[in-house]
Ligand binder design. Structure first.
Ligand code: GLV
Length: 312
């Protein structure tokens, strides 16, 4: 039997192919570097290890059996009409939690310790002591208790926060107060911080909208490290402008890059980063893929298998 044709492609990130080879992939890979070469390689591809491949290019891949995403989110693949329902999708599941949780707490600590103000005062050579707050004892809610949510919970506990969690499957032992995904309004009521770590699915799209904002405390800071479309961005702007909530820390947006004229750039209570909370680490993602290639060749269940019906 001939070997499956494997295509590795990530726009602007050509080193990944080298990392796959270094991880001793048992099969020679095709690593196109231009769109034209990618389109040609897709025709014979059985396996793709990819990131941000334009959706329509999948229409060419008539021999495709398996796509391994280089990231954690696969909403673009699940919703791609050019990807046959019989194609297996897997995602990297074990690598983003620590980095994303560090992003969350770098921002939360900067918030309570007024890091921006300190640097401003330092630049001015100004010695002006002021009061700071603490994360200890504050209520943090994490919506989505997958591997990333778990790591945010673990670090929140280390900061002595009271931890609330919302998820589809029960996690009573993980958090201090657990809520099912039907109970958003009860979940958000007591929170000082809400961290959105959900996958984007038809069920979670715009799940945080005015109906949910209305139940938040004015002191709440919202952190989105999931996907922009989980939050209704217009409703979020309204909630920020009317001080329904105190602030937002946003790594993801409904449109990326965030358009230059978007008011979110200019709101003083918003902190923006360009979708970098969970950087993909080439070597580890490549190792994950190669482990899966071995499993694929042995017809064993793959790691990070996505349930396409559920959407994650
Ligand atoms: C990044 O957003 C990812 O899904 O890995």
């Amino acid at each position: 039997m001939s070997e499956p044709k494997i295509v590795v492609y990530c726009d602007g990130h050509e080193k990944m192919a080298e990392s796959v080879r270094n991880a001793e992939c048992p099969i020679e890979i095709m690593a196109p570097t231009t769109r034209e070469d990618l389109e040609e390689a897709m025709v014979s591809a059985e396996v793709i290890f990819g990131w941000k491949i334009p959706p329509h290019i999948y229409a060419r891949a008539s021999h495709l059996k398996w796509v391994q995403s280089m990231g954690a989110g696969i909403d673009d693949l699940v919703s791609n009409p050019h990807l046959s329902p019989s194609v297996i999708i897997t995602r990297v599941t074990d690598q983003f939690g620590p980095a994303v949780a560090e992003y969350v707490f770098s921002e939360l600590l900067a918030n309570v310790r007024h890091v921006d103000r300190l640097r401003r005062q330092q630049n001015e050579g100004s010695w002006k002591p002021f009061g700071v707050q603490s994360l200890a004892g504050q209520n943090i809610g994490i919506a989505g208790l997958g591997s990333i949510g778990h790591e945010v919970v673990r670090k929140a506990k280390a900061f002595d926060m009271t931890v609330y969690g919302l998820s589809q499957t029960p996690h009573h032992d993980l958090v201090d107060h657990w809520f099912s995904s039907e109970r958003w309004k009860d979940f958000v009521g007591p929170l000082d911080y809400l961290v959105v770590a959900l996958p984007l699915t038809p069920k979670t799209r715009h799940i945080v909208d005015n109906n949910v904002f209305a139940h938040m405390r004015p002191g709440l800071t919202l952190v989105n490290i999931g996907r922009g479309e989980i939050i209704n961005q217009d409703d979020l702007k309204g909630a920020l402008l009317s001080h329904q909530i105190s602030g937002a820390i946003l790594d993801v947006f409904e449109t990326e890059p965030l358009p230059h004229d978007d008011i979110l750039w200019r709101l003083p209570n918003v902190r923006i980063s360009p979708h970098i909370a969970g950087p993909s680490l080439d070597e580890r993602a490549a190792q994950f893929f190669v482990t899966n290639v071995h499993k694929y060749l042995r017809h064993e269940p793959l790691l990070g298998l996505v349930n396409r019906f559920r959407g994650y």
